[in-house]
Design a binder for this molecule. Structure first.
Ligand SMILES: [Fe+2]
Ligand SMILES: [Fe+2]
Length: 280
């Protein structure tokens, strides 16, 4: 398959409605300088289940707020535009994972993606004890290309992703069969969805964090988060084997081998919280 064939198919994703329309509206609104809390809240509140999930997330231990927020406007004031946008986009991405996909274990891939998001956030917040949310959505979206490929070329899925492989094997097979990789497909689609450039970079570089230029630290966090999710067998990844993490990547994140025990404990507990939040 020619690489441009699959990218042409991705160009039709918008019309196929793969990214929920509400997510596009939220994204567009936040990108405007004129966006106010009332405008963003108005978009989210039109979707009752999205609104309920955003409030549930905002009030969870995930964000560590000391006071309850009862309205979306209040959540925006307390958490900020970007965090509420990311929360709403995470809920929308979960919806994409809830739809049928050809030939892949979509629930397993969702749990793997959620675990990667949680671990990426925990890796970034490890030193300062909180924050790191900018990496969470990157983790949730890192393998979105796999979901898209499963919808665009369902007949290729068993050839691409069955069996126990290293990520190098998976990427080589993707290049051979479809002329591109899930990282490129995910990055291309997120550009079409007008996601922020740093988020596109996290998706594109999630297997090569050292090629990240805009925000190397968050890209490194998503890379490590992916490997932690695999090592802890949270969800189902397309590559079975955990990749080696180079000392330079740990260095960028300021984490040492001695920190791993505490980090893994935090990831386990945050993953349980996140899974429960999205289960209902
Ligand atoms: Fe990946
Ligand atoms: Fe992954």
């Amino acid at each position: 398959m020619n690489p441009s064939d699959i990218l042409k198919r991705i160009d039709r994703i918008g019309s196929l409605g793969t990214l929920p329309a509400v997510a596009e509206k939220i994204n567009e609104a936040v990108a405007q300088d004129t966006c106010t809390p009332a405008v963003l809240a108005g978009i989210i509140e039109k979707d009752a289940s999205l609104s309920a999930k955003v409030l549930k997330l905002a009030n969870s231990s995930f964000y560590g707020l000391s006071r309850r927020v009862d309205t979306i406007t209040r959540a925006i004031t307390v958490l900020g535009f970007n965090l509420v946008r990311d929360t709403a986009l995470t809920v929308s991405v979960h919806r994409m994972f809830s739809q049928q996909a050809g030939g892949i274990n979509v629930e397993g891939l969702w749990l793997h993606s959620l675990a990667c998001g949680v671990a990426a956030k925990d890796v970034l917040s490890f030193q300062q004890g909180s924050g790191g949310h900018e990496a969470f959505l990157g983790g949730v979206l890192h393998d979105i290309g796999v979901l898209l490929i499963s919808r665009l070329v369902p007949d290729k899925i068993s050839e691409l992703y069955s069996g126990r492989h290293t990520i190098a094997d998976v990427l080589a097979t993707e290049r051979k069969c479809i002329g591109t990789t899930h990282a490129e497909v995910g990055a291309y689609a997120s550009e079409q969805w007008h996601f922020p450039a740093s988020l596109v970079e996290m998706i594109r570089c999630h297997h090569q964090p050292r090629s990240a230029r805009l925000s190397p630290r968050t890209a490194a966090a998503v890379f490590v988060g992916n490997e932690i999710a695999k090592a802890l067998q949270l969800g189902t990844s397309i590559s079975f084997f955990v990749s080696e993490i180079e000392p330079e990547v740990w260095g960028v994140l300021g984490i040492t081998a001695a920190d791993m025990h505490r980090l893994v404990k935090t990831v386990h507990s945050d993953f349980e919280t996140a899974r429960d939040l999205f289960a209902g």
